[in-house]
Design a protein around this ligand. Structure first.
Ligand code: SAH
Length: 548
């Protein structure tokens, strides 16, 4: 997960840039109105800090540690669930790790210290005395019994002797004394070894498993192969399956069972042990292991919501952070940005949905992290369908092997309805008035049925320069079935700076009030409105029906 660097004033930006150079991928957040030139703008320090913390993002805040402590205080309960949090002095003269001792905050503090030429203020006793955090081994190693870590370290600090069994350069580099007769044991092994009392077991992630072919039994086969060799599942660095099997569910299930990445390719593993169809190879050093084959790519089809950042799901923000490639209609990409220099932005016209979907799948199948951006919800007249359709039509196993997710957003009708009150409070339907992809006769037919059924209607794509007359004809049809005083809600640019809400009636409604950036909500016979205290009107549709 990439770190967030929070700054409160323009004067901190140079220090933030030095940190960013040392921590590639870190994102600089600047306070709205106070900082220009940051990657992202935020409004409200405390809320932003808490949101990042809850999303498990490592936080480096260039401010007094007290501000951070007070902001996060309500959330500090579970020690294992906290991301690294550091305070850094605005001029870079002090680096103070605050939280996340079990998640590498001291390592991060040291990296920052090197970048700023400062000794970090490390206070963890084990680190100070032994240069060692047992509960946070370096990447490439996994502690099998983390719950025993704290007591073990307390015993060591109290003077207990320790015997190290197995190879671990990072243990050797610490100030821990290896006593061949030690009472406590630190064991480094790929073996499936159950820790005993007074023992910590570290598993190097140094095993590569390759399946020669994939059948439905693959999850059992990988387990059986590991059991036959008495190897720990925690030591598996990856599972390699043939390219042709990339789209087979059993391959994905086996990788999930092992808790390791899935890779695609036909590898000939040297010095492997064979338990057909599984071959197991072991690397000497897990920290320099280069994984064979092609990495599994990810494709996230996300919805930005109507526009405002606070109406965007945190999961969507995470995907935007992690994306290597971003694909979408130019104005939506602008709404989703700004992006870092290492993120490739592929803007396009709004009309080439299928091309965009295929492009996204192609990049993800090559191992990239790709995000396809829609406004509102990606499943409402937007890109998710195009991606599904393109994938459905493909028989490329690598396309089917992509880690594909669709993340929802708040759709325009929901956002507009919430601003207006609750006009969608009872049964409603959404219709697109665009006849680009469906015949106008179908639209009229659906409108007729919806109007007759007394459904509230949310009309998307109501009008454009290329489709100037359609809305007028649709309203003419609706007026045949709905009373002139039917409540109508117009939401234009909802959630964006130019937002305008209008509550009117079917009689008053004129197509000139509507454009491409408007969603039109036509009420049912029961939709009503009343004055709101703050001025204007509330509109709502009750959930009861008169004949009930
Ligand atoms: N996926 C989008 C809809 C895309 S279709 C969603 O779920 O919202 C495009 C149409 O959506 C526009 O013509 C307009 O009718 C509506 N729309 C999208 N964003 C809007 C906004 N912020 N305010 C009002 N209408 C919007």
């Amino acid at each position: 997960m990439m770190a967030a660097i929070l700054i409160l004033g323009q004067g901190s930006l140079p220090t933030a840039h030095r940190l960013q150079t040392a921590l590639p991928g870190a994102v600089i957040y600047g306070l709205k109105g106070r900082v220009t030139g940051a990657d992202r703008v935020y409004d409200g320090f405390g809320e932003t800090l808490r949101e990042l913390y809850q999303r498990d993002v490592p936080i480096i805040a260039l401010c007094a540690s007290g501000i951070i402590i007070r902001s996060l205080a309500p959330l500090l309960q579970n020690k294992r669930a906290e991301p690294p949090v550091l305070a850094v002095a605005e001029d870079g003269s002090a680096v103070v790790p605050l939280l996340g001792g079990l998640r590498g905050v001291n390592d991060l503090a040291r990296r920052i210290g090197v970048a700023l030429g400062q000794a970090p203020a490390i206070t963890t006793t084990g680190e100070v005395r032994l240069s060692l955090t047992l509960e946070h081994p370096p990447s490439g190693y996994v502690l099998r019994n983390p719950a025993d870590g704290k007591a073990f370290m307390s015993d060591v600090l109290a003077g207990e002797t320790v015997r190290v069994i197995g190879q671990a350069p990072w243990l050797a580099a610490s100030r821990l004394v290896n006593d061949p007769n030690g009472r406590l044991i630190l064991r480094v092994t790929t073996e499936d070894h159950q820790p005993e009392v007074g023992e910590l077991v570290f598993h190097p992630r140094s095993l590569v498993l390759a399946a020669r072919e994939v059948s439905d039994d693959l999850p059992q086969q990988v387990q059986a192969a590991l059991a036959a060799e008495r190897l720990a599942v925690q030591s598996v660095a990856c599972l390699l399956v043939p390219l042709a099997a990339a789209g087979q569910p059993a391959a994905h299930q086996a990788a999930a069972l092992l808790g390791c990445p899935l890779r695609f390719g036909d590898a000939d593993l040297p010095d492997a042990r064979h338990h057909d169809p599984i071959a197991i190879a072991q690397a000497q050093d897990p920290t320099t292991l280069s994984l064979p084959g092609l990495r599994q790519g990810r494709l996230a089809v996300i919805g930005l919501g109507p526009g405002a950042a606070d109406l965007m799901a945190p999961a969507v923000k995470d995907e935007l952070h992690r994306a290597g490639h971003l694909i979408g209609y130019d104005p939506y990409l602008q709404m989703a940005g700004p992006f870092r220099p290492d993120q490739v932005v592929h803007g396009s016209d709004n009309r080439v949905e299928m091309d965009r979907a295929r492009h996204a799948l192609h990049l993800a199948a090559a191992g990239e992290r790709v995000v396809v951006v829609s406004s509102g919800d990606p499943g409402v007249f937007a890109m998710a369908t195009a991606v599904m359709e393109a994938l459905h039509a493909s028989d490329d196993p690598l396309w089917h092997g992509v880690d594909l997710v669709v993340l929802p957003g708040i759709s325009a009708a929901q956002a507009a309805a919430a601003r207006a009150g609750a006009p969608l409070g009872h049964d409603f339907c959404t219709l697109s008035l665009s006849d680009n992809l469906k015949p106008w006769s179908v639209i009229l037919d659906r409108l007729t049925h919806a109007a007759q059924a007394d459904l509230v209607l949310a009309l998307y794509n109501p009008l454009s320069r290329a489709r100037p007359w359609q809305l007028g004809e649709a309203l003419e049809l609706l007026r045949r079935y709905r009373a002139p005083e039917t409540v109508v809600v117009l939401g234009r640019d909802v959630g964006r700076p130019a937002e305008a809400m209008t509550i009117t009636t079917l009689r008053e409604l004129h197509p000139q009030q509507v454009d491409m950036r408007t969603v039109v909500i036509i009420g049912s016979s029961l939709t009503r409105h009343f004055p709101r205290g703050a001025g204007g009107q509330w509109a709502y549709t009750p959930r009861w029906y008169p004949n009930q």
